[in-house]
Design a protein around this ligand. Structure first.
Ligand code: 13P
Length: 252
């Protein structure tokens, strides 16, 4: 098994002072973990978080990026701005952005390309709604999200992307996909990546599970062969809970 990648998505939480206090508590709890850790913070916390994470084993991530390098796009942030601010990861296409801020497969595609061009590692989110799962169209929907979102992205670029399968019905609801459900769906996602880019890329890329992952269910989810890590919302706001998830599975 690969070492795991555990990413926290703070969403719209934590001011600068809260950021300092959370990271100061978190870092000593995970300093010798073999797993990779990322925190995706609000834009206003990037500087403060960057200062604290400088000599740590935790990477800095953002939660969104624009598809253009610069221009008249009030309120937006470009990939170059992020990379100069020492951000290394960026979440692209989170379901909350698709739902509330009009992210589409097409804009996700543009954002992925912009992030890759700037040398950032995108965390590309995909996931079905409850309605889609109940109607049995989950696989077809995920296949479309992947195919459209990855349009014109080469295999060499695709292997730099981290994928996150986040069923919308499990986000912030306390309802987690069972370990088997998450494993089966992520296995399908890997198969789709193989059909787009070949088995080698599919085996190399990290595919995370996200949706109500917490310190109680992390072990069973992360022990699944195709689940390479987690994208954690609520539980990443607690240093103790986030550290427990990071430490749930450690390959020596
Ligand atoms: P929760 O862990 O709060 O369900 O959020 C998951 C998520 O959306 C991470 O991106």
């Amino acid at each position: 098994m690969k070492n795991k990648l555990i990413a926290g998505n703070w969403k719209m939480n934590n001011s600068v002072s809260e950021t300092k206090s959370l990271l100061t508590k978190l870092l000593p709890l995970i300093k010798d973990t073999p797993n990779s850790v990322v925190v995706c913070v609000p834009f206003t916390d990037i500087y403060a978080a960057g200062q604290l994470l400088k000599k740590s084993n935790v990477s800095l991530g953002a939660q969104n990026v624009h598809w253009k390098n610069s221009g008249a796009y009030t309120g937006e942030i470009s990939a170059n701005m992020l990379s100069e601010a020492e951000v290394t990861y960026v979440i692209v296409g989170h379901s909350e952005r698709r739902q509330y801020f009009n992210d589409t497969d097409e804009t996700v595609n543009g954002k992925l390309k912009a992030a890759l061009n700037a040398g950032l590692t995108p965390i590309m989110c995909i996931g079905e709604s409850l309605n889609q799962r109940e109607q049995g169209v989950t696989e077809a929907f995920l296949a479309t999200q992947l195919e459209q979102g990855l349009k014109e992205i080469t295999a060499e670029e695709a292997q730099k992307i981290v994928f996150a399968y986040e069923p919308i019905w499990a986000i912030g609801t306390g309802v987690t996909a069972s370990a088997k459900e998450a494993q089966d769906t992520i296995k399908f996602v890997r198969k789709q990546i193989a059909s787009l880019y070949g088995e080698d890329v599919a085996q190399k890329v990290y595919i995370l599970y996200g949706g109500s992952m917490n310190d109680a269910n992390a072990f069973s989810l992360l022990n699944m062969p195709d689940i390479d890590g987690g994208l954690i919302g609520g539980a990443s706001l607690s240093a103790e809970k986030f550290a427990a998830i990071i430490r749930a599975v450690e390959e020596k």
